[in-house]
Design a protein. Sequence first.
Length: 202
Amino acid sequence: MSTRLKRRAGFSLIELIVALAIGSVVLSAMMIVTTFAATRQMSILRDVTMVGQGVLTIETLRSSLRTASYIVAPSSNTQSDVLSGYTNADQSAAFAPIHAGRPQEYFYFCMVAGPPRRFYRYTGLLGSPPALMPVISCGQDGGETLAGDPLNRLVPNLLFSRDLNSSNIITVNYSMSYSSSSSSAWQTIQGKTSMQTQAPLL
């Protein structure tokens, strides 16, 4: 009878303590690995977001400049954080259409110093000639945010310039910085590119 009772007996206290200790170590290791993976994933997501906003911004600028017929800002041999101009508008003829039947448009890119710091685009059709773009206060309603973050963790910076001898070439100095909420360290990508209008500016 005693032999049968011994066989039915459960774990001893020492065995339970050892099992709990081993389980705790395994769970702790799993939590550490999961936390590291989540942190790494967030870091990759921030990198992708930053690069994505940078690519979108540059390509949008390039697209607008490709069809531009007149650049308002920056003027020749100056630098500005505003890029603005017209498409299919002849400045020498009171902004009349260059090509009849095609739409006339304006574009206006600008920085809001913030915080949060943001880069905006404003576009629209011109009315009956002669017509000019409306007065725009950067950050006002009606603009599209191309780069920036509401919490100021993604900070764009763009500066435009135009050479005196190459008025149809716009040089863009750009940088994109971001910071995670868990770290005070900032990471930055930066570069310089030149964009050219399809036709000589009027």
